[in-house]
Design a protein around this ligand. Sequence first.
Ligand code: RIB
Length: 304
Amino acid sequence: MLHNFGSINLDHVYRVPHLVHPGETLASRAYQVGLGGKGANQSLAMALAGGRVSHWGRLGRQDAWARDRLADAGVDVTHVELVDEPSGHAIIQVDDHGENAIILFPGANHGFAPSQLVNLVASAKPGEWLLAQNECNALPELFAIARDRGLNIAFNPAPMTDDGARLPLDTCQLLFVNRVEAAGLVGLPESSDAQALLEGLQQRLPDTETVLTLGGAGAWYQSGGTQIYQPALPVKPVDTTGAGDTFIGYFMAARQEGTTVAGCLELAAHAAALCVQQSGAAESIPRRAGVDQALSQFHAPSSS
Ligand code: RIB
């Protein structure tokens, strides 16, 4: 079982011709509310991929439908607590190129108490994986308790913050970062090339496996002196929201199955490619059958 300490958000998604400029008032062309949050998206992706995942989260009582949505997909929601605080939510603009800009209200995601963390971690067995993102509070405390319990920590420092960069990341076995997060962690410009970012990560965290996701430029895995590159698939994005989360959930599910790192990257890249061709966060995460079909088409010999 993988345990995911993660945010659950209600995503308010606005389709706009361009991301709003400072001082501008812009009418949206479409609006929808759906399940989101990096944590919930990653749990959902892992469950849809066929993985065993327990979500640890907090949600406003009136939004129990979001917990039920995760449960219906196969996520163990025993440790999703319904609370009297408002749920976390996100205001998401998506432009005509599929790019997004997101404002977060953390809400209940920032209400974890230290005593609750002790109980949550006690429910996990030594040697199991703990996954976390940077949308919930109390991460330093969580990392310390999880390390003492002998859990393997996989961390996605998204969204990147100053506090996130100061976390004791050397307690993590596995790190998922995009370009912005990698640059923030190693103090390099975001325009740095992949090799510079990977070298910086190797210097800062020599004992941590790293997956660097670069959207349309593919993804890199690095561990010690080993590097593996996975190209992105040539697709036209409609909405990139949740693509990174889909990648991570599918990667961890494949890893749980005992798949090689190259196989994990390939499955995750195909899942993310399907995700960006749909609107929304949770709504756009593909099922395993569709991802397997995309993989087999990719590998099918050409008929000509
Ligand atoms: O990664 C996408 C997610 O980021 C959205 O679902 C939104 O809730 C924010 O957390």
